[in-house]
Design a protein around this ligand. Structure first.
Ligand SMILES: O=c1ccn([C@@H]2O[C@H](COP(=O)(O)O)[C@@H](O)[C@H]2O)c(=O)[nH]1
Length: 273
């Protein structure tokens, strides 16, 4: 089954637009696990168990594993998701971007080593840096477009003077992803919940692409506004929340607290539809 079909199935089955982000930070772990690198897998697996009925996807942040030398735990966690909730798609948040020959290796890492269903990429180096990922026809590829951080303005909001209509860079990325770059229909876009007006602009340019929307919860983005701006018939959205769910409690009740927070967030997203 391809990524788009998997996402559609999980969204319908769990009545959910919510993606729980698995961003392990040792210093924020429950007190009994805090600072223990070997607990990364166990902590994340508990979160998966607690939230799987509330999500349309899980997003795993590569740096939060590799920074601790925990790539093997990342592999095991994806295997665990596959085994226990095989209908939930796995998005590897890697934000890769490199020349084609190196991108071949990054694509192999994402889709063969980790067996992710989709990956995030920076489009900065152009189409040939994206193409190797499109050689995996069942996989999804999300291009950074209008990111949730304030510094996203520095480049993404610049106007492109030599293109008709002088679009902003993020608008041009949306245009490329909806059209000429989307050769096999695998592309989606990352747009931050912190900028709902820009989500609406991206949606107008890219009516059918899935939008991965981080920035609710810890970053303060307006979840309901993001849904209103981004959700269309035939244009899916995946709204990510990581820290607000993972670290809802630092006690032994962390999984219960994560479950409650995921349920509340799903409801907010649901009511905005
Ligand atoms: O524009 C972007 C792109 C990616 N992210 C990632 O999403 C999560 C957000 O975590 P929270 O704890 O919910 O703030 C994290 O993995 C980021 O790397 C983003 O925030 N913004």
């Amino acid at each position: 089954m391809n990524f788009a079909d998997m996402l559609r199935g999980a969204t319908a089955r769990n009545h959910s637009l919510l993606c729980v982000g698995l961003d392990p930070e040792l210093g924020r772990f429950p007190v009994a696990m805090r600072g223990n690198t070997r607990k990364i897998y166990g902590f994340c697996a508990r979160i998966v168990d607690a939230t799987a009925d509330f999500v349309c996807a899980f997003k795993l942040q590569v740096a939060c594993f590799s920074a601790y030398g925990a790539e093997r735990q990342l592999e095991r966690l994806i295997e665990y998701i596959r085994r226990t909730v095989p209908h939930i798609p796995v998005i590897l948040d890697a934000k890769r971007g490199d020349i084609g020959s190196t991108a071949v290796q990054y694509a192999r890492e994402a889709f063969e080593r980790y067996d992710a269903d989709a990956v995030t990429l920076s489009p900065f180096m152009g189409f040939d840096s994206i193409a190797p990922y499109l050689a995996y026809p069942d996989k999804g590829v999300f291009l950074l477009c209008r990111t949730s951080n304030p510094g996203g303005d520095d480049l993404q909001n610049q106007r492109l003077a030599d293109i008709d209509g002088q679009p902003r860079l993020y608008e041009h990325i949306a245009h490329l992803a909806q059209g000429p770059w989307n050769r096999n229909g695998q592309l989606g876009l990352v747009v931050g919940a912190t900028y709902p007006q820009e989500i609406a602009r991206v949606r107008n340019i890219a009516p059918t692409l899935p939008l991965l929307i981080p920035g609710v919860g810890a970053q303060g983005g307006d979840a309901a506004a993001a849904v209103r701006a981004g959700l269309r018939d035939g244009g899916a959205i995946i709204v990510n929340s990581s820290r607000a769910i993972l670290y809802a409690s630092e006690g032994t009740d962390f999984a219960i607290a994560a479950c409650k927070q995921a349920g509340r967030t799903r409801s907010v997203l649901d009511e905005a539809q």
